[in-house]
Design a protein around this ligand. Structure first.
Ligand code: FES
Length: 66
């Protein structure tokens, strides 16, 4: 694992569905809720292990918008 990933958007946040940080960010910017993103990408609908990380990312994105 490289914490200084040159392209963090390519970081896979949900390994079950292969959903990347960039995917989630784009869908968030289109106004999708966490539920909608989950249904659209399959994220959080497998093992559920990514749920906390994705919730955290969406919180961070929401805070940056205000
Ligand atoms: S890593 Fe996202 S559901 Fe398993």
């Amino acid at each position: 694992m490289n914490a200084n990933n040159a392209n963090p958007e390519d970081e896979v946040m949900c390994h079950c569905s292969g959903t990347t940080r960039g995917n989630i960010q784009t869908l968030f910017e289109q106004g999708m809720s966490m539920d909608a993103i989950s249904r659209w990408t399959g994220a959080i609908s497998g093992c559920g292990g990514c749920e906390w990380d994705i919730a955290q990312l969406l919180n961070d994105l929401a805070e940056r918008q205000t």
